[in-house]
Design a protein around this ligand. Structure first.
Ligand code: FAD
Ligand code: NAD
Length: 467
């Protein structure tokens, strides 16, 4: 057996997703000798089979649907004399090109930060030592500090194991033909983002959700415009329904809340019922770290229970979001470098890229009240926004919640076209401790959707101008 090459960096990062690669770059920037081990492709789930490819597909699907709408129904003086053509294999190739460009970017950034990338699966033998079988032979790495960023994988249903025409999001993002009948099991983030995209691309889509409503992470007022949009787009919705298996003809069998059984025609079934942390298969059990349920337990310094071992990203729990993983990565690297940092965000934005989009930062009115705060709520409908009207997208609203006594902002949400871009304004206001009077006295550019934030603050203070 070949003798293992030995590396003894200060920092070993395991996993090259948005958590791990950001941690490695930051550690490198701080002058720490850093090795990053990635068993697959740099960029992790987010870049290769998550955030980026899904948003590329959603964008292409939206463009195609707009063209088809103008062919079917001229509007704004726009029409098409023949139906637009979709070369879906070409769309997927374009999406793959976007991913490849970003993969190359991540590799270049790591190189610039002088991070050594080792390609292969890390297998730990103790808390600070791992072995990696690389294309060039075995490598043994012993580090002073270890950052675990092994991410998450899709949850599988026992009655619908992945394979064949039962897809996880990974396979759905690699299809080269639009399915005729797509049944989506799970009406959460991925199911609705991808379900809506495939509907726009021409698939007949059915969503089966076990809960009483879609997108349970968000309050019902925010998700209602998305529910209406699903129905308008012709997506069939089965709420309170559970998948039980498949019929002989390949159809999906579901059990409704009233106990009735249905069979749904499906040539592809997309199962999106959540993701689970990757904690097995790399020797975690030899590292002596404590768990918090299925996740690796960490404190606000991202320390595990084992000295010198840190964990970040999806493997540490909810919310499983790329920007949370990256923010944790920066904090972990800075703490290892001796800086005084903590991961204690006030504002963790969440965006759902459905049509319309949803953005939420901080508390909803109901959550704020449940925490014992008497609140003021201001809501501004996009139907009264010049920008929304000029974009022909008036559905939705901006809503904010503030403490009744001192007017301190507690949360901001919006639903509507392009509202993902409001997340920065909402985060900034919350992190900087804005009060309603701050927002009311600031000048927001006209015409923009962000004016809705200003108007919502005026509304909460009782003197809205445009409603
Ligand atoms: P991951 O990105 O999962 O990366 C972990 C990496 O570790 C992987 O590359 C894996 O190969 C590697 N690894 C694991 N074990 C080992 C080992 N033993 N040795 C070496 N390498 C190892 N989040 C958002 O914020 N916005 C979105 O719009 C969004 N859209 C999404 C869409 C989809 C379809 C999916 C599936 C997810 C989406 N997410 C989104 C979630 C986001 O992808 C994750 O939160 C994020 O990728 C987590 O980053 P991470 O670094 O913790 O883990
Ligand atoms: P999810 O948690 O968002 O939604 C899963 C849905 O499946 C829930 O509504 C749940 O009630 C339902 N469900 C569970 N078991 C079921 C069953 N047996 N039958 C029918 N429905 C069932 O999970 P996801 O959509 O798989 O996404 C995973 C995670 O990835 C998200 O929680 C999020 O953290 C991340 N993500 C984020 C974004 C974004 O930020 N825009 C996009 C995609 C994914």
């Amino acid at each position: 057996m070949a003798r293992a090459k030995e590396l003894t960096p200060k920092v070993l990062v395991v996993g090259g997703g948005p958590g791990g690669y950001v941690a490695a770059i930051r550690a490198g920037q701080l002058g720490l000798e850093t090795v990053l081990v990635e068993k697959a492709v740099l960029g992790g789930a987010c870049l290769n089979r998550g955030c980026i490819p899904s948003k590329a597909l959603i964008h292409a699907a939206g463009s195609y649907a707009q063209m088809r709408d103008r062919f079917e129904a001229p509007h704004m003086g726009l029409s098409l004399s023949s139906a637009p053509k979709l070369d879906f294999a070409e769309t997927i190739a374009w999406k793959d090109g976007v991913v490849a460009k970003l993969n190359g970017g991540v590799a270049a950034l790591l190189k610039r930060a002088k991070v050594q990338v080792v390609t292969g699966a890390a297998q730990f033998t103790d808390a600070k030592t791992c072995q990696v079988e690389t294309g060039e032979g075995p490598v043994q790495i012993s580090a002073e500090a270890v950052i675990l960023a092994t991410g998450s994988t899709p949850v599988e249903l026992a009655c619908l194991p992945f394979g064949g025409d039962v897809l996880s999001s990974t396979e759905a993002l690699a299809l080269t033909e639009v399915p005729k009948h797509l049944v989506v099991v799970g009406g959460g983030y991925i199911g609705l983002e991808l379900g809506m995209a495939f509907c726009k691309l021409g698939a007949q889509v059915t969503v089966v959700e076990a809960g009483p409503r879609i997108l349970p992470q968000y309050d019902a007022e925010l998700t209602e415009p998305v529910r209406r949009s699903l129905i308008r787009q012709g997506i069939a919705l089965h709420l309170g329904a559970k998948a039980t298996g498949r019929g002989a003809d390949g159809a999906l069998l579901i059990l409704d809340t009233d106990g009735s059984e249905h069979s749904l025609a499906a040539d592809k079934i997309l199962v999106t019922v959540g993701r689970r942390p990757v904690t097995e298969g790399f020797g975690l059990e030899t590292m002596g770290v404590a768990m918090a349920g299925p996740f690796i337990a960490v404190d606000s310094a991202l320390r595990t229970s084992m000295r010198g071992v840190y964990a970040i990203g999806d493997v540490t729990g909810e919310p499983m979001l790329a920007h949370r993983a990256s923010a944790q990565g920066e904090v972990a690297a800075e703490i290892i470098a001796g800086l005084k940092r903590r991961f204690e965000p006030i504002a963790m934005p969440a965006v759902c890229f459905t049509d319309p989009e949803i953005v939420s930062v901080g508390l909803s009115p109901t959550e704020a009240e449940a925490q014992g705060h008497p609140v003021l709520v201001g809501q501004f409908p996009f139907a009264a926004s010049g920008r929304a009207l000029s974009m022909d997208a008036t559905e939705g609203f901006v809503r904010l919640t503030a403490r009744r006594d001192d007017h301190r902002l507690l949360g901001a949400q919006a639903v509507g076209a392009h509202v993902s871009e409001l997340s920065a304004t909402f985060v900034t206001a919350l992190e900087m401790g804005a009060v309603l009077e701050d927002l009311a006295s600031m000048i927001f550019a006209h015409p923009t959707l962000s004016e809705g934030f200003h108007e919502a603050a005026l509304k909460a203070l009782g003197h809205a101008i445009h409603i």
